[in-house]
Design a binder for this molecule. Structure first.
Ligand SMILES: Cc1ncc(COP(=O)(O)O)c(C=O)c1O
Length: 476
């Protein structure tokens, strides 16, 4: 049977499905083929455009698919940061592997219920495999737990909730957690959502490489203990968003052990570099953490909506998240048969495991390792090139694939220096071949380059450096 009567318009016939996919694919091919020539970001008129498509009333009848594709591809997608393009070196890129889109098409079409093992055992096993591979990558034991989230923020949230459950009593308001002043704000947000007052987050200063200062951390813990507070968690960074700094993880682990604190490592940006030899050296000590956040939508180049949390003690993850309703199937007894709803905040959710599983199975991890190694090389190459530009100061050398720099000519006061660097960034971005963003550090406004897209190669970085040289030249 290939056809369905048109009296049930939501049930597409085979021919209609094919027409939809073929038409969408044509537009996707065009879009991806033209990536090298597309601007790295183009937001001119984008807000007005957004307002022009605001639609308070839902449509009562349908519009032809082609018109909708035109709207998406010809008008809306163009006016945006081009997050899949080779020139996107802003924030933390990822790129969005096409394989994942195909996996999503399959997953969404078969729409199996993967949140409990018993509802689709074989498919759930694929997601369990993915988690097991990630556990191996960070050096966690076989009985560690983990699940895929929609992103790093939710992974950090569940890590914090788990640490609180394990280390603090029900009345947890005198609990204190320790982070560096370079930590991603999702940790502060997680603490707030978990019910901690802002005073519970102790910000510790950093050294000249933007890594948490261990002496200050130990001092802060001692002071809090003297005050009768309850230190319970240290959050380290395996690659900060500001400058890519990797904290001294073995030292953090020593301090955590000494005081019986939970050590969570936010590896949302940097964690997957553990696949490479240089990354493993930079991330030494990762395996000693109690929990690790990893974002496949960054370091595995997947589309947005794919994060992950690993927890050394799988039972701890369960204690923090397991709650069941009478209407549910009974929980699995065997530890290898995972009910994801018991170890994560979500019940129903998409089959995000397939999105990670498919490209890894098709290419093997070796392809990812090579791509990540290339990003490390490019970051070092770009740093060496920047260093040769008169007036450029390297503020943060790449510890992984992220670096920070600024133009720092003599005789500028801090305010003018910030203005100069904002102007520099605007001029680089105006050329539209690379798109980079800045951040504010103690020394002022700096520019960052984060090389992580699987489509960013040497040719694009050469263009980027050309544009930086030209922009610096204009400002001199
Ligand atoms: C270090 C770090 N942690 C956490 C996050 C939050 O991740 P997400 O945006 O996936 O929620 C980010 C995002 O860039 C990050 O760089």
């Amino acid at each position: 049977m290939t056809g369905r009567p048109t009296t049930f318009p939501l049930e597409l016939s085979r021919a209609e499905m094919k027409r939809l996919v073929d038409a969408a694919m044509e537009r996707i091919f065009e879009h991806i083929d033209s990536l090298p020539d597309q601007p790295a970001a183009d937001l001119e008129g984008a807000t007005a455009l957004a307002r022009s498509v605001a639609e308070p009333e839902p449509p009562e009848s349908g519009v032809p698919f082609e018109q909708l594709l035109d709207l998406i591809f010809d008008r809306l997608a163009e006016k945006s940061f081009n997050t899949i393009g080779p020139g996107f070196v802003a924030y933390i890129p990822g790129g969005g592997l096409f394989h994942a889109a195909v996996a999503d098409l399959i997953a969404d079409s078969i729409n199996r219920y993967i949140t409990v093992f018993a509802a689709a055992p074989g498919l759930v096993q694929l997601e369990i495999n993915v988690i097991n591979w990630l556990k191996r990558m960070v050096g966690f034991p076989a009985d560690a737990g983990g699940f895929l989230t929609s992103g790093g923020s939710l992974a950090n949230f569940s890590a914090l909730a788990t640490a609180r459950r394990e280390k603090l009593p029900e009345n947890f308001l005198d609990g204190v957690l320790y982070v560096s002043d370079q930590i991603h704000h999702s940790i502060d947000k997680a603490a707030a959502l978990a019910g901690f007052p802002a005073r519970a987050v102790r910000q510790i200063g950093v050294d000249e490489r933007f890594r948490i200062r261990i002496d200050e951390l130990e001092q802060a813990i001692a002071t809090d203990l003297e005050r009768g507070l309850r230190p319970f968690l240290i959050v380290g960074s395996a690659g900060t968003t500001n400058t890519g700094a990797v904290d001294d993880l073995p030292e953090l682990s020593r301090v955590a052990r000494e005081h019986s604190l939970w050590l969570h490592v936010d590896g949302a940006y940097g964690g997957f570099f553990a696949l490479t030899e240089r990354g493993r050296t930079a991330l030494r000590g990762l395996s000693e953490a109690d929990s690790v956040t990893l974002d496949p939508h960054k370091g595995l180049f997947l589309p947005y909506g794919t994060g992950g949390l690993l927890v050394r003690d799988g039972e701890a993850l369960k204690r923090a998240h397991q709650l069941r309703g009478e209407y549910m199937l009974p929980p699995e007894e065997s530890p290898d048969l995972v009910d994801f709803c018991d170890i994560s905040p979500e019940l129903s959710r998409d089959f995000r495991g397939l999105r990670v599983w498919l490209p890894i199975k098709m290419h093997g991890l070796a392809a990812f390792r090579e791509a990540l190694d290339e990003k490390l090389d490019l970051a070092h190459w770009a740093t060496d090139e920047l260093r040769q530009i008169p007036g450029i100061e390297i503020v943060a050398e790449p510890q992984l694939s992220l670096l920070a720099f600024r133009l720092a000519p003599d005789g500028y006061d801090p305010e003018r220096l910030d203005e100069l660097n904002r102007e520099l960034m605007d001029r680089i971005n105006a050329r539209q071949r690379v798109f980079l963003t800045g951040t504010r550090l103690d020394l002022g406004f700096v520019l960052r380059i984060c090389i992580l897209s699987f489509r960013t190669h040497r040719d694009r970085m050469e263009m980027g450096l050309e544009d930086i040289r030209a922009a610096v030249g204009e400002l001199r």
